[in-house]
Ligand binder design. Structure first.
Ligand SMILES: C[S@@+](CC[C@H](N)C(=O)[O-])C[C@H]1O[C@@H](n2cnc3c(N)ncnc32)[C@H](O)[C@@H]1O
Length: 213
């Protein structure tokens, strides 16, 4: 996929036919607590606000980034009770501030994480019931399952355009994850997938916490 395609078109190609995220969230949050981990970049808390509007009872957004002016303006416009925690989801003290929620949404984060199993373990520690996880994925490889590609080359995914640069931390795509690898990693970290939505380059799962795990 040529990296010169406009950003919005690339995002559409990646997510085409994925369920609208607001719809998916609305199905799970009424009367439940909800957290969006990675809530800020380009969406300014929009998913947290959508969950609140859909009837979530206690809503928290978390991100490494601070609150954007757009987030603050929307928070004020809605008279929203959404709480924001700035911090790294891998950091125990930031996670303690976030606290456990019945439903956790995490989109666009996993492939930016150097240690995705650790990331899933951290998400598991704050998820009481349901994890809604959305991530860019690579197509399955012939004759191989559970493949993750370290530092995939730009162009191997329609929205991936920048070469790996160790100095840029989480901005990097550390991993190109195939759907089978995602399923295996979720199972290994205490989740049972009950629903999966896949397009060529994007996967969204609904996963329940495995109470015996
Ligand atoms: C690619 S953006 C995705 C934004 C949004 N969730 C979406 O799907 O459109 C990744 C977001 O996660 C945040 N993020 C990345 N790594 C994080 C971490 N370790 N802890 C908390 N937030 C993180 C980034 O700052 C950014 O806001």
């Amino acid at each position: 996929m040529p990296p010169s395609l406009p950003v919005r078109l690339r995002a559409r190609l990646s997510r085409a036919a994925a369920p609208p995220r607001e719809e998916l969230i609305a199905r799970h949050v009424r009367g439940r607590s909800f957290a969006d981990v990675g809530c800020m970049w380009q969406i300014h808390g929009g998913i947290a606000f959508a969950a609140e509007a859909a009837g979530a009872v206690r809503v928290t957004g978390m991100d490494l980034m601070g609150q954007t002016p757009e987030y603050q303006a929307e928070h004020a416009r809605r008279g929203s009770a959404v709480r924001f925690v700035q911090g790294d989801l891998h950091d125990e003290s930031a996670l303690a501030q976030l606290g456990a929620h019945e439903v956790v949404w995490c989109s666009g984060v996993l492939y930016h994480a150097p240690h995705p199993l650790l990331t899933l373990e951290r998400l598991r520690s704050v998820t009481q019931k349901t994890l809604l996880l959305a991530t860019e994925t690579l197509p399955e490889r012939p004759l191989a399952r559970n493949v993750c590609v370290f530092a995939p080359r730009p162009g191997t995914h329609p929205t991936h355009t920048e070469a790996f640069d160790p100095a840029r931390g989480y901005v990097n795509w550390y991993w190109g994850i195939t759907p089978s690898a995602l399923r295996a990693m979720l199972a290994a970290t205490g989740f049972n997938i009950v629903e999966e939505h896949r397009t060529a380059f994007h996967t969204t799962v609904v996963a329940l916490v495995n109470q015996t795990g």
